[in-house]
Write a protein that binds this ligand. Structure first.
Ligand code: NAG
Length: 398
């Protein structure tokens, strides 16, 4: 009996102990759960707060974006308006700057005969070109527009010049901005086909050339010789015999150059139906491009004009029918344009002055050489050789 009693006591005691234990465990768990619940509540609240904040932020940013967008579209509109205004301004400037313009040149019967003879030699070159209508020119033409552009190839460095002798059809390439070597190709297609300067004849000149401002005219090469510190000279070189046949000093400072955007061009020689011209600046303080008419045989200066075309922002110029067309650009090369025209006879109605925009290209023109027989321009742009062809119109005589 006694042991049973003891067992009973023990069991009940154990049971009570276990009950206490469970109770404590339950309490503990409940407390933990409460704590977790509290924390969850807190998280929940926090996340709700974050969410609200996020919504607010979203609202704010979308408002900001909208404001920005409005600003942007307003700015775009303003920019468009500004560009329209700039265009108009450019046109007005063109109008103002081109008060002087082309004129009637004298009729030259013997030239017409010569041209007919050259026409025969040029036959084979005309394949990939539309036949050039050689109008019987009394030189009363002005450029009315750019008809086409042809990019032939890329030979040489950023700066240089190339031109074609109207008489022999030969092509001359001046790579760089100075040197004693030039390259001669038999024709434009020949140049076009050749690998670099491989098919060319290398001509080593006895006097160094300086600046891409040379001209080839009637079998002679005319170019500027100028070494640092030395006087500027015009050199006439016979391309057939290979001799310098004439030189002439020129009244300009050695450090001046004719176009501000191409400072390497000491002075620029140009040949047109009228003969040989020199575009130059007598000194670096002179703001305008000056023009001299030269005797192609003796290199005498016959007459000098102030073209009133500024050197600032000028890139190149060419002479057509006694009229100088100056091409302007900006330092960060954009579209080149003829923005100043000067006619040596001062006989043009200003409305006639053409507004010429060159197509967008790679860089900027280092040189532009006009060929009066083909009425096209040989351009050098960042090493690319480009031909521009013009449409012409007759001058309305004032
Ligand atoms: C042309 O000149 C550039 C530098 O101006 C030079 O790198 C290049 O080799 C020259 N090319 C020829 C064919 O002389």
């Amino acid at each position: 009996m006694k042991p049973l009693f003891v067992l009973l006591i023990f069991t009940s005691w154990t049971l009570i102990g276990a009950q206490n234990y469970y109770q404590e465990l339950m309490d503990y768990l409940e407390n933990r759960l409460l704590a977790i619940e509290d924390r969850m509540q807190l998280w929940h609240e926090q996340s709700r707060q974050y969410h609200t904040e996020m919504l607010n932020f979203k609202k704010l940013t979308s408002e900001a974006v909208n404001v920005q967008r409005n600003h942007h579209s307003k700015m775009l509109k303003e920019m468009e308006a500004a560009s329209v205004q700039a265009d108009r301004l450019e046109r007005e400037m063109d109008y103002v700057e081109t008060q002087n313009s082309p004129r009637a040149c004298a009729s030259k019967a013997e030239k017409v005969v010569e041209r007919a003879a050259w026409g025969l030699q040029e036959r084979d070159e005309a394949d990939d070109w539309e036949e050039l209508q050689s109008r019987v020119s009394d030189c009363i033409e002005i450029i009315s527009g750019i008809r086409s552009v042809k990019i032939l190839k890329r030979v040489g460095g950023a700066k240089g010049m190339w031109t074609r002798d109207p008489k022999s059809s030969k092509v001359y390439v001046f790579n760089g901005t100075s040197g004693d070597t030039i390259y001669q190709f038999d024709s434009v297609p020949d140049f076009s086909r050749s690998q670099g300067t491989m098919n060319s004849r290398t001509i080593k000149l006895p006097l160094k050339w300086s600046g891409p401002g040379a001209a080839v005219y009637n079998g002679y090469l005319y170019y500027m010789k100028g070494e640092a510190g030395a006087d500027i000279q015009v050199v006439k070189y016979d391309l057939v015999s290979g001799f310098v046949t004439e030189t002439a000093m020129f009244p300009m400072e050695s450090h001046s150059s004719v176009y501000k955007l191409n400072p390497e061009t000491v002075a620029d020689l140009a040949a047109d139906d009228e003969g040989l011209w020199l575009l130059y600046s007598p000194s670096d303080s002179e703001p305008n491009i000056n023009l001299a008419k030269m005797d192609a045989i003796t290199l005498d200066i016959e007459q000098i004009w102030d073209t009133r075309c500024p050197r600032e922002n000028a890139e190149a110029a060419f002479v057509v029918c006694g009229t100088v067309y100056v091409v302007y650009n900006t330092r960060l090369a954009s579209r080149s344009r003829v923005q100043c025209v000067f006619d040596v006879n001062d006989k043009m109605i200003s409305e006639e002055a053409p507004l010429l925009y060159f197509p967008r290209r790679y860089g900027a023109h280092a040189s532009l050489k006009y060929n009066p027989e083909e009425k096209q321009l040989y351009g050098w742009d960042d090493g690319y050789q480009i031909i521009y062809r013009f449409t012409m119109k007759r001058k309305v005589l004032a």
